[in-house]
Design a binder for this molecule. Structure first.
Ligand code: S3P
Length: 180
């Protein structure tokens, strides 16, 4: 089977929006891991964090990745920003498909997510500093996990979709991804 197209990056980098838009020309359904978990649990991400804590949520992310091996068609997967942090998840991602890191500067991210109440990790006194610090820690991990880096500060959706499609088609032409 052709590999899934996997989008990673910090909160607010545009994984869901770009994933939804690119899913049409690729004719591959989008699976947003946050939404997948919310549906299974019957609660929002914020509610799951509040009721069970972050570790529980992180385990559900791993469950979600494992479930992706059962999909019969290649998909576009928009992963939660924290999913690639676990080594186990990065190993699963390598088997599942072609991973693209949507890279944005901290200030771009801050402008996109400020005032958003649905991101529990940013409900703090100084979200701008929190973003800077978390991005410093996460950037090397995202880079390690990625097969391709797409810069998204300049948000020209048409151009980004073209570049993403081009990279995915080029890298995966004739490629049979290893299966579980
Ligand atoms: C998180 C990102 C969120 C969500 C949760 C934790 C993170 O997803 O999974 O709030 O640790 O970066 P988005 O990246 O889709 O906002």
């Amino acid at each position: 089977m052709k590999p899934h197209l996997i989008l990673i990056g910090y909160m607010g980098s545009g994984k869901s929006t770009l994933g939804c838009t690119v899913s049409y020309p690729l004719k591959q359904c989008l699976i947003d891991t946050d939404k997948w978990i919310e549906q299974k649990e019957g609660h929002t991400v914020s509610e799951i964090f509040a009721a069970h804590g972050e570790a529980y949520f992180r385990q559900r992310e791993t469950d979600c990745l494992k479930a992706m091996f059962q999909e019969r068609e290649p998909r576009v997967l928009a992963l939660g920003g924290g999913t690639p942090l676990r080594q186990e998840n990065r190993d699963l991602m390598k088997q599942l498909g072609f991973t693209v890191y949507l890279h944005a500067e901290p200030e771009t991210i801050y402008e996109r997510v400020k005032g958003d109440k649905n991101r529990p990790l940013l409900q703090c006194d100084d979200p701008r500093e929190r973003i800077r610090q978390m991005m410093r820690e996460r950037d090397p991990v995202y880079r390690e996990a990625a097969d391709y880096i797409l810069k998204v500060d300049d948000w020209d959706l048409k151009r980004l979709v073209n570049e993403l499609q081009e990279a995915y088609r080029h890298e995966t032409a004739g490629h049979q991804w290893p299966q579980h």
